[in-house]
Design a binder for this molecule. Structure first.
Ligand SMILES: Cc1cc2nc3c(=O)[nH]c(=O)nc-3n(C[C@H](O)[C@H](O)[C@H](O)COP(=O)(O)OP(=O)(O)OC[C@H]3O[C@@H](n4cnc5c(N)ncnc54)[C@H](O)[C@@H]3O)c2cc1C
Length: 402
């Protein structure tokens, strides 16, 4: 069932009301200098298929680029001070981060060097990343098999699980209370002005044409489809990522860090003797927007053998939940694409977050709201993420993509 907007014009129309769209809407509603109207159009208000509800809900500071580290540091600050950011509202929960850390494991000298180089960037940005020899890893985490490991890297400060759902819920609730309008509808077309340098209006699936001052593409894995409505291209594809939750017959005696095996399979503590694991197949094509079919052979033939080799105690485990979700994967340089299109200047991107968009959402929403309000960034400078780099063929590479 579609719901329809109460007005025929909004200063900002946001296409997609999940984590990125709602963060942007909330930061706009929180900025006294922004006095405009905001419409969020969400095609599936159950959020059943979006990336946000398929996530691992973890944050890390182990990135290769300083800006991505700063973005996650703001996420940690925002999550730990959610109530304060929400004006001290006592209904807002106090949240923490379960800082079990991400444990990157290198099984060859080249990757070990990448971990060392990344640690230097992370230290300079104030992150507490520690490198560990295999012996040190065993001392702290005796359950790992480190026979093939040359180096590990972990950060136990503000790195681990957080309650993304609570933040998402509060962004929506608080935005609505402050006047942002959410509608259950789909943007199906866009109309540009005669010069072709602005989007004048969007057409909704229910037929209404809604004029917009500025438009934000926060449509996740469907980002390229939304951009095409304005005649624009972005190198973002839906890529399938599988998750499994399992219980262990013999649970580990301490928290399991979010462990990134050299194979790419990753697994983390989930509480109560259960663990959450993620992976994808070696053949990793763009998939249909509605293709969420599980590949059941992947667990048996690929993932479980890797887990049981890395953590022999995981030979006796039982899968209790499994699902497939989509990354909005930026094939150009694995980094976010944000800011305005250089020619269609009121079309603002917020796309391509792969597997780290949940933690980036506070900084991305804040930055986008600043750009919409002032035409510039006032906190973190996000211009390295701007679309212009794609036009120029200048990748801004993030090496630490899971
Ligand atoms: C398996 C998995 C694990 C992950 N783990 C982590 C993690 O541990 N940490 C982390 O930081 N990130 C993680 N991520 C990434 C993170 O979940 C995403 O980057 C983030 O949720 C992206 O939010 P979004 O709002 O951009 O996209 P989405 O959540 O996909 O939302 C886009 C919304 O736009 C709507 N939409 C699309 N087109 C239209 C249209 N034309 N009209 C109206 N509405 C439209 C969709 O219905 C959808 O609700 C993970 C992702 C996956 C898949």
């Amino acid at each position: 069932m579609h719901s329809t907007p109460t007005q025929s014009h909004y200063d900002v129309v946001i296409v997609g009301g999940a984590m990125m769209g709602s963060s942007t809407a909330w930061f706009l509603s929180d900025n006294p200098d922004f006095t405009g109207s905001v419409l969020v159009v969400e095609r599936d208000p159950s959020y059943e298929k979006c990336s946000t509800t398929h996530t691992n809900s973890c944050m890390r500071q182990q990135f290769s680029g300083e800006l991505n580290i700063r973005i996650s540091q703001f996420a940690a600050d925002f999550v730990k001070n959610l109530r304060t950011y929400m004006g001290g509202d006592e209904r807002v929960p106090e949240l923490g981060i379960r800082s079990f850390g991400y444990m990157y494991l290198a099984d060859n000298p080249d990757f070990a060097q990448v971990l060392r180089d990344n640690q230097a960037v992370q230290h300079a940005a104030g992150a507490a990343t520690q490198l560990m020899t295999p012996e040190q890893i065993l001392q702290h985490y005796p359950f790992y098999n480190v026979d093939d490991i040359v180096l590990g890297s972990i950060n136990l400060v503000d790195e681990g699980y957080w309650d993304g759902t609570a933040v998402f819920d509060w962004w929506r609730r608080s935005s609505r209370e402050r006047g942002v309008e959410y509608v259950s509808n789909e943007v199906v077309a866009m109309q540009k002005n005669s010069a072709g340098n602005r989007v004048d209006s969007v057409t909704l699936a229910s037929g209404e044409v809604i004029a917009c001052g500025q438009l934000v593409n926060a449509s996740g894995p469907r980002g390229a489809r939304t951009a095409r409505m304005a005649g624009l291209d972005i190198p973002v594809e839906p890529r399938k990522r599988y998750s499994w939750v399992f219980s262990a017959e013999k649970p580990l005696d301490r928290d399991l860090p979010l462990t990134i095996d050299p194979s790419g399979v990753h697994v983390r503590e989930n509480g109560g003797g259960t663990y959450q694991c993620g992976g994808h197949s070696d053949i990793d094509p763009a998939v249909d927007y509605d293709d969420f079919a599980m590949d059941y052979s992947l667990w048996e033939q690929h993932v479980w053998p890797i887990l049981a080799t890395r953590i022999p105690q995981f030979e006796a485990i039982k899968v209790t939940h499994e699902w497939a979700g989509h990354y909005a994967y930026n094939v150009f340089d694995h980094n976010a694409i944000m800011g305005p299109h250089p020619e269609v200047e009121n079309f603002i991107f917020l796309n391509g977050f792969s597997g780290h968009g949940l933690q980036q959402s506070p900084a991305m929403g804040r930055g986008t709201a600043e750009f919409l309000t002032y035409g510039e960034y006032r906190s973190l400078d996000m211009t390295p993420f701007h679309y212009q780099r794609i036009v120029d063929g200048r990748p801004y590479i993030e090496k630490a993509v899971i």
